[in-house]
Design a protein around this ligand. Structure first.
Ligand code: ATP
Ligand code: MG
Length: 671
């Protein structure tokens, strides 16, 4: 084949694919084939003699990168080609995320900016320990700034490419001032440990390029073509890195959709895509209008919704496919009924309608939502993969509380005891705990028994002895309430006596983070309450075996992904760019989507971002879309009435009814 086969493309797509050089922008709505254009264009460049390893494509997730690589291989026909032994694999284009690409660059050049080439990449818990150490060094009063807050504030600055020197001058609140003085120490601390955090990967690459133009030119010289998918969600660093890599050859193709910009809270700036033609005045601009993904009915819903955003590029989105099944909006009695019904339907689709598990996705907005779905899916043996959110049962605060409950149920359970022995801190230092464990080992008895033996603990510090007393009292009090009252009350006592809320407040000061952590504790309370309602003779062991079964890992994360043919449980953020024949959007209630934070703030721009998120959710669906809500939802164990999401009113043409949403919707044009 000498010319590239553009049979599977419409005329504007073909034009983009056949534009082989110069700056090129594809600005188009969801499902119009932007990612397809990037993929075909890579293949076409290679067909036209561009060496694969001279092409760099940037995607938003590793999953997307993998899929694009496969697809390019298919288009060029070398994916399934058998190779003779010893024959080298053909060179491939580089397809990766910004972060992965930056790691590659930094592994090669980190020494130029004072890091070892083997630098460590710190995860959240590494970051937290460092932040705690810094705050101790700063000798701030305990309440001034929590480690979690310092990290969020610093991350905000890093996403906006604000370095420690500038942070001081732009800090406005007390907390920001403290964080600014911590920022430099934090960076020095990382440097001293030869480590970078996730944000640093971008920031240090930017610095590397700014300080070492020779390296920048060499890196830029590695590629003749750069393509960027999801360009609407690039932040400042990503924007500048892209510019550095393309300034000379100018072969930059970006694709994106301003209606799907959903990462402003992480420093993404939609103006990068909107001003592309200013940056590159000779840019070719291609608009795509035909949506190939979704049925007409689904698209109509998406179009109706996004039209409520007042500041946007007016893009046309035409259905290529027939109207299809109408999307459903389903109300359930409560959140339990929602999860049960959705999972029952999913099981039915798989067993009776020959739909593959991997073709079904449950999309949610907040971290507390998936617990019930996880539990139901496990109960019904439906394989699933969770992306974009930590499994509920793995969250630190949930593990802590469950460990307490296990210990209360069985005080000799050493693993659980050791997890909670000094959490929250109660004077039992690592050294004291080590002494207790050593004694237990030498006497061959459980640690808790050592702690209850006055002789064995006589030489411990007074603080440690007080800690032990506290634990004994806590255990006695909770056990008593469990014996005489309900489990809910037992849990209440546990939370009070441990002052676990204060622990959360100590660790996380940022309202969002704190709220989300508290909400997961609330979910434990909900689980206890639901268990009690369901069982005639509820007791703690029964509850613990229930959640042990629900929380049992189905294998490592890798096994889960390898399983592949599993139902997707995704945050709406993580679903960007993906598509599924069957989509469930759950918890369509005010306070979930739009998120309570944005409702409280009342800023139009925040609501607009939530609306874009809802639009991203809807436009993931190919054939069937179901939105659901619960009429009551438990909060801290008590059912509370909910309000349907304002977006449901907008979608169903009821936004203009005399209801409270009218106030919020200013100046939107709807007939
Ligand atoms: P998003 O904005 O959600 O990232 P997108 O614009 O990147 O969407 P794609 O994922 O590339 O859209 O395409 C959406 C679906 O439409 C895919 O299944 C793709 O294969 C299909 N598609 C795109 N263009 C065509 C075409 N010309 N003919 C047939 N199918 C097409
Ligand atoms: Mg795409």
């Amino acid at each position: 084949m000498s010319t590239f086969d553009v049979a599977g493309l419409n005329p504007p797509q073909a034009k983009a694919v056949q534009t082989l050089s110069g700056p090129l922008l594809v600005l188009a709505g969801a499902g119009t084939g932007k990612t397809r254009v990037v993929t075909f264009r890579i293949a076409n460049l290679i067909k036209h003699g561009v060496k694969p390893d001279r092409i760099l494509a940037v995607t938003f997730t590793n999953k997307a990168a993998g899929e694009m690589q496969d697809r390019v291989g298919e288009l060029l026909g070398y994916k399934n080609q058998k190779r003779k032994r010893g024959q080298k694999a053909p060179p491939k284009p580089t397809i990766s995320t910004f972060h992965a690409q930056c790691v590659r660059i930094l592994r090669e050049h980190a020494p130029a900016i004072g890091f070892p080439a083997t630098f460590a990449i710190y995860d959240r818990s590494d970051q937290e320990s460092l932040a705690r150490a810094i705050l101790r060094e700063l000798r701030l009063p305990n309440t001034a700034l929590k480690p979690g807050d310092m990290l969020s504030i610093i991350s905000g600055w890093k996403s906006a490419s604000v370095f420690p020197e500038q942070a001081m001058s732009i800090a406005s609140t007390d907390k920001e001032h403290f964080a600014a003085s911590g920022y430099r120490r934090y960076q020095n601390g990382l440097r001293a440990r030869g480590a970078m955090d996730f944000d640093d990967l971008l920031l240090h690459t930017e610095t590397l390029f700014a300080e070492h133009t020779d390296i920048r030119d060499r890196e830029a010289g590695k590629y003749d073509h750069v393509l960027v998918d999801e360009y609407q969600d690039t932040n400042g660093s990503q924007y500048r890195i892209t510019k550095h890599l393309t300034e000379v050859h100018r072969n930059l193709c970006v694709v994106g959709d301003d209606d799907q910009s959903i990462y402003a809270w992480r420093g993404a700036d939609v103006s990068h895509i909107l001003s592309f033609s200013k940056d590159w005045p000779d840019a070719e601009v291609v608009w795509l209008e035909d949506n190939y993904r979704s049925t007409g009915a689904i698209l109509e819903m998406a179009n109706t919704l996004i039209d409520f955003n007042t500041v946007r590029h007016d893009k046309v989105l035409k259905p290529f496919r027939p109207s299809g099944k109408r999307p459903r909006i389903v109300q359930h009695k409560d959140e339990q009924a929602e999860a049960e019904t959705v999972v029952r339907e999913i099981k039915h689709l798989i067993e009776n309608e020959h739909i593959q598990p991997k073709d079904i996705a449950i999309l949610f907005r907040t971290n507390e939502q998936p617990r019930l779905f996880e539990t139901e899916l496990r109960k019904h043996d439906v394989p699933y993969v969770m992306l974009g959110s930590q499994s509920f049962f793995d969250r630190r605060e949930v593990r802590d509380i469950v460990a307490y409950l296990k210990w209360i149920n069985q005080p000799d359970d050493e693993i659980s005891l050791l997890r909670v022995i000094n959490t929250p801190a109660r004077g039992l230092s690592n050294k004291s705990v080590r002494m207790l464990v050593d004694r237990a080992v030498s006497k061959g008895i459980p640690v808790w028994q050592v702690m209850n033996d006055p002789e064995s603990v006589a030489d411990l510090t007074p603080a440690a002895l007080r800690g032990i007393d506290q634990l004994k009292q806590l255990l006695g009090d909770v056990q008593q309430r469990l014996a005489n009252e309900t489990m809910r009350e037992g849990l209440e006592t546990l939370l009070q006596r441990t002052a676990y809320a204060d622990e959360i407040a100590r660790l996380y000061d940022q309202p969002d983070e704190r709220e989300s952590r508290m909400a997961s504790i609330g979910e434990v309370a909900n689980a206890v309450a639901a268990y009690e309602d369901k069982n005639e003779e509820p007791d703690l062991s029964g509850f613990l075996s229930d959640i042990a079964l629900a929380g049992r890992e189905m294998g490592s994360e890798k096994d889960k992904l390898a399983m592949k043919n599993a139902v997707w449980l995704l945050t709406m953020h993580a679903a960007k760019g993906l598509e599924f024949p069957v989509v469930y959007m759950v918890g369509m209630e005010d306070g979930i989507l739009p998120h309570s934070r944005t409702l409280k703030g009342g800023m139009d721009e925040d609501i607009a971002e939530e609306r874009r998120l809802c639009y991203v959710g809807i436009t993931r669906a190919q054939d069937q879309l179901t939105m659901s809500l619960a009429l009551t939802r438990r909060k801290w164990g008590k059912p509370r009435p909910t309000k349907p999401s304002m977006f449901l009113y907008e979608i169903t043409g009821q936004a203009d009814n005399p209801n409270k949403y009218r106030k919020r919707k200013q100046g939107a044009s709807r007939s």
